[in-house]
Write a protein that binds this ligand. Structure first.
Ligand code: C2E
Ligand code: MG
Ligand code: MG
Ligand code: MG
Length: 280
């Protein structure tokens, strides 16, 4: 519905104005929304190729807007990045993920790591590492239960600064992965110089893997090279059995996508945590 809504806007000038009006309103409301708790998390499982066991959850932020209803990150993350609110918003996401771990621990629900998405601006802010660590320490969340996902855009500027920060984070036992791999310009050999554990192949390559020879070749090569460099590989956007079969045959380590589970509120993921297994 979101995509359709956006598509229809494009045909009308009036709609275009309405769309920028929408963005302006989101921009204006965001600071207040962070303060009053309109942002919350959905969780999507990541599944191990071997045995289809649950390996982690990805935390995906949502905005319950009082007038617009449920809003997805594609509508507000870039706005937050432009107005610097990505820093408090990103910090809030880390706190919400840690609070969820604490809640499940208190209620005796089995734990798996939660991966949070970190924007380049957030990572580059001076306070990031210190604040991140103190958030975990304050809640007694073991570093093994939090992972971070970074996009390739983190690896184009301020390389020494980023490299140092990632080393510091990884030294604590926090896993780092490169999200949407293949859509940016990061060189995979270069990535190995960073303290990165895994790459997530962007879903645009997965989508056509059974139909487009090029995408199949690209995915196959990425996996081979990543493995040679000692990196794990996750495929995102796995929607069909055929995609899964292909990805398994080329040695992909983990999968995420609608084929297994959509991103859902915490309470709807608890049965998955208790069960810990998926059917192929
Ligand atoms: P991402 O990190 O690559 O997350 C995966 C996105 O793909 C999610 O969309 C997820 O719901 C969607 N997805 C998962 N499986 C499938 C599938 O099988 N098919 C299709 N078509 N889509 C699938 P979502 O939640 O709308 O998030 C979009 C993007 O927004 C994320 O992409 C991430 O880049 C960003 N994002 C989400 N939460 C945060 C956050 O807390 N901080 C920052 N900086 N960015 C975030
Ligand atoms: Mg991600
Ligand atoms: Mg991704
Ligand atoms: Mg993506």
């Amino acid at each position: 519905a979101k995509a359709a809504g956006r598509g229809t806007y494009r045909f009308f000038d009036e709609g275009l104005n309405r769309k920028s009006g929408y963005e302006l309103e989101l921009l204006r409301d965001m600071r207040h929304a962070i303060r009053v708790g309109e942002f919350f998390l959905h969780f999507q499982p990541r599944v191990e190729a071997y045995g289809y066991t649950l390996s982690a959850l990805e935390a995906l932020v949502r905005w319950q807007h009082p007038r617009f209803g449920l809003i997805y990150p594609n509508d507000f993350i870039s706005i937050a990045e432009k107005n610097e609110l990505i820093i408090p918003l990103g910090q809030l996401v880390i706190e919400l993920a840690c609070d969820q771990i604490v809640d499940w621990r208190r209620r005796g629900i089995p734990a798996v790591p939660i991966a949070v998405n970190i924007s380049a601006k957030q990572l580059k802010s001076g306070e990031f590492v210190g604040k991140f660590i103190s958030t975990l320490v304050a809640r007694d969340v073991p570093p093994q239960l939090i992972e971070i996902e970074l996009t390739e855009s983190c690896f184009v500027e301020d390389i020494d600064d980023i490299s140092g920060k990632l080393k510091e984070i990884a030294a604590l036992g926090i896993r780092i992965s490169i999200d949407d791999y293949g859509t940016g310009f990061a060189n995979i050999g270069h990535l190995k110089e960073f303290a990165v554990h895994s790459i997530k192949i962007d879903r645009s390559f997965v989508r056509e893997i059974n139909n487009t020879t090029n995408d199949a070749i690209i995915v196959d090569s990425i996996i081979t090279l990543a493995h040679k460099l000692g990196l794990f590989v996750v495929a995102e956007g796995v929607e069909t059995k055929d995609q899964l079969t292909h990805l398994k045959s080329v040695g992909c380590d983990q999968f995420q996508g609608y084929y297994f589970h959509r991103a859902v509120p915490a309470k709807d993921i608890e049965s998955v945590l208790k069960n810990g297994k998926f059917l192929p």
